[in-house]
Design a protein around this ligand. Structure first.
Ligand code: SP5
Ligand code: ZN
Length: 353
């Protein structure tokens, strides 16, 4: 029986954002520990995966992707959350967390005021920094790097259970529940170890603004994304079909925004377009930003993909014959998330005649 290596870290279970601020209200956070628990449970019951935990230090590649000032801010802030947020300022039972409240104006003025820095380095009110967030983001990036290493050692398909997710994190800003851009970190690892070209296909329902931002002026990483029209869904300010890259990166960024209500067949039509483009690019490796918030039951998604469909998606990707690394991004229908991951991974197995 062919096996699919899975890389994960128990550190992911320590990341516990409690609420996001939406419409000025505290609403339950969507990116919860139960997500990873559900995935681990489904993988545990699955006979074609082998599980391992990484030990590799991802920082050399994280530092290629992220701005030094941002990394410093995230470390300093996350180390000091318990001291910064006063006991009397939280509600009983809450985990202490820091959210931005003021965001930069377009005039470019810089400030070192800590309150201003929160909005400089975090672009929404959905992405809290808790005590230890830096460490858990680092552990998630380590899962991505270990996955990249396994693919480069010859595994045809590897699944890295990255949590927190990464694709919204830009060079110098966290957002969209993401702190370190795991896909970009994995791509940098591959390029650093001899890859000449890496393609990233992001099929999360949200546009991968962070990954786009990081590689926008480069032709050694081809970023392709299918997602809900940003006019309809987060991250709103990126994801248009007119964003094609700049300089050397011109024509190496490809966005396909899709309407609310997109189902299996329409989605797969776009997938075929994407895969044809990737084939033409002839990448050494393919990274998937695998978000399952396209599922019909997703509480924050607007597509209608079914659990069974993800097998077809996996199979079509596998048919390219390119070594692939799938990284977990979104997916908030917690009860079916593990089933969606397993369905997707089953598409990578050799087909029975
Ligand atoms: C990795 C990923 O999928 N990040 C997605 C971030 C999108 N966050 C949007 C949050 C929308 C606010 N939730 C309010 C729920 C109201 N029903
Ligand atoms: Zn998403």
């Amino acid at each position: 029986m062919a096996e699919i290596p899975v890389v994960y870290t128990p550190e992911s279970l320590k990341h516990n954002p409690q609420f996001e601020i939406f419409n000025g209200q505290r609403t339950p956070h969507a990116e919860v520990v139960a997500r990873v628990e559900n995935i681990l449970e489904a993988l545990g019951a699955c006979d074609f995966v082998t599980m391992e935990t990484p030990t590799i230090d991802p920082m050399p590649w994280v530092e290629r992707v992220h701005d030094a000032g941002y990394l410093d801010y995230l470390k300093r802030t996350s180390d000091a959350v318990d001291a910064t947020v006063k006991d009397e300022d939280i509600q009983a039972g809450d985990v202490k967390a820091i959210y931005p409240s003021v965001f930069p104006l377009a005039n470019g003025r810089r400030t070192s005021n800590p309150v201003a820095q929160r909005g400089t380095y975090v672009f929404d009110t959905y992405t809290p920094i808790m005590q230890g967030t830096y460490e858990v983001a680092k552990a998630s990036a380590s899962v991505a790097v270990a996955g990249a290493e396994k693919v480069m050692q010859g595994a045809p398909h590897v699944y890295a259970l990255t949590r927190p997710p990464g694709h919204h994190a830009e060079t110098a800003r966290a957002g969209g529940y993401c702190y370190f851009n795991n896909a970009a970190v994995a791509a940098e690892y591959m390029l650093d170890h001899g890859a000449k070209r890496v393609a990233i296909f992001d099929f999360d329902i949200h546009h991968g603004n962070g990954t786009q931002d990081i590689f926008y002026d480069r032709d050694d990483v081809y970023f392709v994304s299918t997602h809900a029209d940003p006019e309809r869904l987060f991250p709103f300010f990126r994801g248009g079909a007119d964003e094609i890259g700049v300089g050397d990166g011109r024509n190496y960024n490809f966005n396909i925004p899709l309407p609310e209500g997109t189902g299996n067949d329409e989605f797969h039509g776009s997938v075929e377009t994407v895969l044809a483009r990737i084939k033409e690019y002839k990448p050494d490796y393919l990274i998937l930003s695998a978000g399952f918030d396209t599922h019909e039951q997703d509480p924050i998604g607007v597509f209608k993909l079914t659990t069974d469909y993800y097998q077809q998606l996996g199979r079509s990707i596998a048919e390219l014959g390119i070594p692939t690394l799938s990284l977990q991004e979104g997916g908030y229908a917690t009860e079916v998330l593990g089933a969606n991951v397993v369905s997707y991974l089953s598409g990578f197995l050799p087909q029975n005649p």
